[in-house]
Design a binder for this molecule. Structure first.
Ligand code: BES
Ligand code: MN
Ligand code: ZN
Length: 512
């Protein structure tokens, strides 16, 4: 297997009109009247060709669009990449992240190894420079990523690495950019790490392999530890939700427990956070088997678990001052003579019994054991993340994940983190009416509700396992769907959740 494209990023203090680079990316708003001061200066070096291009109407500065102007011996940059930013008044921090992604994607497509970025310039003082540096770094990772581990045939020499420099002429500003770049690169790298794990198919990653990856991650860090429970240990603990879902496959289930303990003791006021991620390495539906169309996509049913892995990696590298558990129940949902069946009654880790009415509603059965485990570890805050329901996709489409929970402050904080991280979420209900639908006549709970509100009833099911802890649930089912129009990540896994959850942990730890 070959490695995915490496990204190397740094900052440089240089007048961007003179900056020597293969391609220099600058931002242009669609409603700007003529070039701004800095771009005008650059244009004078390019003998007015930037202005001519814009006047011709060939480039309108729309989001996702770009155009190239070529230089000569006298211009520092061989090319200028004009990156569309859309309307100025609509611009957010994510505009700059997406612009960076757009530029990085273009550089990779054109096999341009050295990319200069001065995208932050167009935003003036609108956002803090450090924050913009972070967004540029995150965007660069997002946009340059492609999953090609298994492509062995000639690709006409795709880049081994992309070298990006964030450029400003003011040393004080580059210093700030650099600070943002450092955290942005850690987060971007963690997100790419998550994407690669998620993109690997079911024959490459099964629960044991995922556990091995988690062990490897923890082995490379002093502040991360990893314990893996195999099927025998799961049986001894009574984790029958995970065991039932994994029963049909030869690849036995695991519970992966990562623990991040910062080097410096954390103030007792800082809550311990438990992140619980669904990792179904392949979801066929089991005995309640899914239709065959697009079933291959169900290799991505481990995305929640992998987002937790990526977040743990980022938390450790950012040295965040917060204790975190990363709890990842992992199983493969297949039909066979040893599968669990509709009608089965399972006694879950919490002691609550569940009547199985559909073996395709398996995510909640592994999560309820993971959540109960987090509760038992005394996590003050539990956040679970999962590709849980098609119903959530029906409700929200592919642009936002569902957010449910039992604590207003936690919900508000997560909503704020979604804004900064650019990973969008939408608050949905999961209260008593929905919980009512999950009651069984012959057990405490059943694993499906009525035909309606499937995302909410699934959340209401999970809610039964959090005890008195603060809890939030993220249903990210729609986030990794192919042709996800507006996202910067391209096809396959988006790594959704890594930025959102890392931002949340930074917030809890009090790091900007
Ligand atoms: N992993 C699926 C949910 C899913 C569907 C994720 C489509 C991404 C895209 C989950 O395990 C599932 O099958 N859910 C069922 C639940 C139903 C049986 C109550 C669903 O949504 O159809
Ligand atoms: Mn399923
Ligand atoms: Zn599933």
């Amino acid at each position: 297997m070959k490695e995915i494209i490496k990204v190397e990023m740094k900052t440089r203090t240089v007048d961007f009109c003179k900056c020597k680079t293969d391609m220099l990316a600058v931002g242009v708003f669609s409603d700007a009247k003529g070039l701004d001061k800095t771009n005008r200066e650059l244009d004078s070096k390019f003998a007015g060709s930037i202005e001519r291009l814009i006047k011709s109407g060939d480039f309108e500065g729309k989001e996702q669009s770009s155009a190239i102007v070529y230089g000569n011996d006298k211009t520092g940059a061989k090319r200028v990449l004009l990156v569309g930013l859309g309307e100025r008044k609509k611009a957010t921090l994510d505009t700059i992240r997406r612009a960076a992604a757009n530029a990085a994607k273009k550089a990779v497509a054109m096999k341009i190894e050295n990319l200069g970025m001065a995208l932050h310039k167009a935003f003036g003082g609108r956002f803090d420079i450090t924050t913009m540096g972070q967004a540029c770094a995150e965007g660069t990772y997002l946009g340059s990523y492609r999953y090609d581990e298994f492509v062995t045939e000639s690709e006409n020499g795709r880049l081994d690495s992309l070298k990006v420099e964030l450029i400003d002429s003011d040393a004080a500003k580059t210093k700030k950019l650099n600070k943002g770049l450092s955290s942005g690169a850690i987060i971007g790298k963690a997100q790419s790490y998550a994407r690669t794990l998620a993109n690997r198919p079911g024959n490459v990653i099964n629960p044991a392999e995922l556990a091995a990856a988690a062990k490897q991650l923890a082995g490379s860090s002093r502040t991360l530890s990893c314990t893996v429970f195999d099927e025998k240990q799961l049986a001894a603990k009574g984790m029958n939700g995970i065991l039932a879902v994994g029963a049909g496959s030869q690849n036995k289930p695991r519970l992966i427990v990562l623990k991040y303990t910062p080097a410096r003791t954390v103030c007792s006021k800082v809550p311990t956070v438990g992140l619980v991620g669904k990792a179904i390495t392949f979801d066929s539906g089991g005995i309640s088997i899914k239709p065959s169309a697009r079933m291959d996509q169900m290799k991505l049913d481990k995305s929640g678990g992998v987002a937790v892995l990526g977040t743990m990696k980022a938390a450790a590298e950012l040295k965040l001052g917060v204790n975190v558990y990363g709890i990842i129940p992992a199983a493969e949902n297949l039909p066979s003579g040893t599968s669990y069946r509709p009608g089965d009654i399972i006694t879950t880790f919490s002691g609550k019994t569940v009547e199985v009415q559909n073996t395709d509603a398996e995510g909640r059965l592994i999560l309820c054991d993971g959540i109960a485990y987090a509760e038992k570890q005394n996590c003050d805050i539990i956040i679970d993340i999962a590709t849980l329901t098609g119903a959530c996709m029906v409700a929200l489409g592919k642009y936002m994940a569902g957010l449910m929970g039992n604590d207003d402050k936690l919900i508000k904080t997560l909503q704020k983190c979604a804004e900064t991280s650019g990973e969008k979420i939408w608050y949905m209900p999961s209260g008593d009416e929905y919980a009512e639908e999950m009651k069984s006549k012959i057990a405490d709970l059943k694993n499906i509700g009525s035909n309606w509100g499937g995302a909410c009833t699934a959340a209401a099911f999970l809610r039964q396992f959090v005890g008195n802890k603060k809890w939030a649930h993220l249903d990210m089912a729609g986030m990794d769907m192919p042709h996800n129009g507006k996202n910067s990540a391209g096809t396959g896994s988006t790594g959704f959740g890594v930025r959102l959850l890392t931002t949340y942990l930074m917030n809890v730890a009090g790091k900007k």
